[in-house]
Design a protein around this ligand. Sequence first.
Ligand code: UDX
Length: 433
Amino acid sequence: MDIAIIGSGYVGLVTGACLAKLGNKVICVDNDSGKVSALKRGQIPIYEPGLKELIKGNVKNKRLSFSTSIKDAVKASEVIFIAVGTPDSGNGEADLTGIEHVAADIAINLKSYRLIVEKSTVPVETGEWVKRTITTHIKGKAAFDVASNPEFLREGSAINDFMHPDRIVIGVESKRARDLLLKLYRPLHAPIVVTNIKSAELIKHASNAFLATKISFINAVSRICDIAEADVREVARGMGLDKRIGQGFLNAGIGYGGSCFPKDLEALVSIADKMGYDFKLLKEVKKINEGQKDAIVDKIKGSLWIIKGKTIGILGLAFKPDTDDIRNSPALDLIRLLQREGANIKAYDPKGMVKARGILKKVTFCRDPYLVCRGSDCLFIATEWNEFKELNLLKVKKLLKRPLIIDGRNIYEPEKMRKLGFRYISVGRKDIC
Ligand code: UDX
């Protein structure tokens, strides 16, 4: 099929490259001409395992191209995905300006039937507005359909998530739209949930809000474990083996971050508010997430006593492993909280340092984890990169001023740390003092 993807950010690029891999002819469009030129030269603006190779291969065999022209893309494609950003507008609501502009631009260029698909995460009822916008701006009599096809991919495993989804959701209002999307996704052999547009929009927000709720739940349980000296990982395993609960997203830590959960949760609270429902549960989920960072600072204070003037080594800046994304990273929030207490910060992340340098002030960025340890008063694990799980801990111990590790991601075994002679403080597990 001939496909256009408007918006070459995270979701747009991964979707475009994967649909090309499935044998479609895809044009990825972006209004940032610098980004489009870079993509044409093979430079990928984000780090995502496997994406560079996938893009390169599909550009080479002419199934994937890049453009700044919505006009050309609309002309060439039967199905047009809108994958532009929907950032927080500052009051919790999603900013849909980009969606409106793109919908109007598509409308102006519509000459014959096109299926316009919302891929960006949008509040319920956006589909209605997209339809109205297209109807307002359309010049001729071309028929069109609007559909919703939310994306559930996770950064760091986006290509695998796209190619092997648990489910595909399509919200449609006509047989033609339904058939086109079923045909497009047939090669993935995944369960396809066909709904109306509003339900599809809500499935995305509700899924992300539910996953965030699971994380806050286990983080709240970790606080009880801290006091009761129970082990949160054992509690999570015992809970998660119940199929009704499931094992995923029960890792206690420093709280969720990233470009989706915080924003989508806010957006759902805000839509609910607008509709007259006070979604108190989700407000509490957010509060627990914020509180988790304060709890971590308290743990650091509890083990260092005075933070002012001490050097804290931080391993991990990205909001999760296998990405260079630092948007809403709890690691960055923690660094700021510690700096406010007067700490000196040394930090390392395998992929996140380039972006972090542009944002963090007064941080010493190090070339490797061991340089972070050298002369630091303690080591704090903020992101669970595999590289950190495989550190030479005896070397770490020698380099640190004192053998103190505060592990915000529970990546080490407390018993092993005790044997190695560390003071080891983790989340929801007995401290090794
Ligand atoms: C999420 C959704 O998973 C995905 O379906 C959607 O399309 C986009 O948002 P992503 O933001 O890439 O994906 O990352 P995810 O793996 O879901 O993690 C989000 C945050 O939750 C990270 O900060 C992560 O560290 C945290 N997390 C995740 C936990 O703290 N504990 C867990 O058990 C799982």
